[in-house]
Design a protein around this ligand. Structure first.
Ligand code: FAD
Length: 353
């Protein structure tokens, strides 16, 4: 086989957890790797914001005991974890009334005490200087004469392989890949697979203390009324501020989540002390252009998660998908993103060894 002179063995597009994990594995098997990230930060759908006395997760919050890849990173980076707070009654809100559920609402999940972003920091620290390029959106990828051309804002680079470590439907919506370059079945799956949490708004309210616990409430609630439909206590494990978050969903009719309507909902659920949070943070993932395609309605094709055609390489083994949506194990979760990264790195290594 003629050896093609390219700039790098593998270009990874996206610096979320799947992109960082695939880069780490490929570097460990002696591939040259360049990772391009559109945002000015790493982590994608993982972002922990510092707040007084702790962190507030804008994206991923929990992991579970049946997720060995997450656990392995937690152990290897020495990340402190604690159990999700579930002592006290959950609350149920219907249009007719607000009622105590009479028992906790168990998610049986663990939390990253100082933020899920520690996973991102840990992986990024393992990559040699010069591997990661922030503020570098990839504009296009194309198979050309047995290699791949990657178009950046200021330059074109060439690679033997490309790993698309972002939701496939975002890649298609942003014209990263020309439909003419994908076989119709693959184009169909890639353009239609849902973006996990792509239409979710996370509303976070911070209080001086978790006052609801003194009333025997766990801080968890389920609501038919809104504006959020599922609420949990994400205060830290030590005495300090009390933090509640709610999941809401934007729609064409209701494209924004009003902070005051969230406070009003918390007052209805947990009483008058909810009236004065020290801070409110609203993160609408629907409005994050590097996460969610800019179109209504958003796809709800969750049945395409881990579709076999998204697990296989395209372009004669040169293009690999690797976001969490392409995982056949725990798709949507951090664990799924790590699983997909493992799969892509293994397949590339098998070709090149
Ligand atoms: C609100 C919310 C709550 C969640 N809760 C949990 C939870 O509790 N537990 C759990 O396990 N999972 C949870 N998840 C899911 C979890 O965050 C994801 O599964 C995981 O972070 C996905 O990682 P990824 O690398 O596949 O994709 P992403 O994190 O989306 O990474 C893709 C990266 O590609 C970049 N990018 C996009 N386009 C381009 C381009 N053209 N050029 C260069 N870079 C580009 C993006 O900026 C991004 O950094 C949650 C997600 C959200 C949003």
């Amino acid at each position: 086989m003629t050896k093609i002179d390219v700039d790098v063995d593998v270009v990874v597009i996206g610096g979320g957890i799947s992109g960082l994990a695939v880069a780490e594995r490929l570097l460990a098997t002696n591939h040259t790797v360049q990772l391009f990230e559109a945002r000015s930060r790493l982590g994608g759908r993982i972002q922990s914001l510092p707040i007084a006395g702790g962190v507030a997760e804008m994206g991923a919050t929990w992991f579970w005991d049946n997720e060995p890849r997450v656990r392995s990173l937690v152990d290897s980076f020495g990340i402190a974890v604690h159990d999700q707070w579930e002592t006290g009654d959950a609350v149920v809100q219907t249009h007719a009334r607000v009622a105590r559920y009479g028992r906790p609402w168990s998610t049986n999940s663990r939390r990253f005490t100082n933020g899920a972003s520690q996973l991102i920091d840990g992986l990024a620290n393992r990559l040699p200087d010069g591997t990661v390029h922030l503020d570098n959106p990839v504009l296009g990828v194309k198979p050309v004469d047995g290699h791949i051309e990657i178009q950046l804002e200021q330059r074109l680079i060439t690679a033997r392989h490309v790993v698309v470590a972002l939701p496939p439907s975002l890649a298609i919506a942003n014209n990263l890949i020309d439909s003419a370059d994908l076989e119709p079945k693959l184009f169909d799956a890639a353009s239609n697979v849902a973006v996990w949490m792509g239409s979710i708004v996370k509303a976070v309210a911070i209080y001086d203390e978790p006052f609801w616990r003194a009333d025997g409430l766990s801080g968890a609630a389920s609501s038919q009324v809104g504006p959020t439909h599922e609420i949990h206590d994400i205060s830290g494990p030590r005495p300090g501020p009390g933090v509640l978050f709610g999941f809401g969903q934007t729609t064409p009719d209701k494209p924004d989540l009003d902070p005051q309507s969230f406070i009003n909902q918390l007052i209805a659920l947990f009483g008058g002390r909810a009236e004065n949070p020290t801070d409110i943070i609203i993160r609408d993932w629907r409005q994050q252009p590097w996460t969610t395609p800019d179109n209504w309605p958003l796809s709800e094709r969750y049945d395409l998660f881990g579709a076999p055609i998204l697990q296989q390489p395209a372009w004669d083994g040169k293009l690999f998908w690797c976001s969490t949506e392409t995982a056949s194990v725990a798709p949507g979760h951090i664990e799924g993103a790590l699983f997909a990264a493992e799969r892509a790195a293994k397949a590339i290594a098998e070709q090149t060894m």
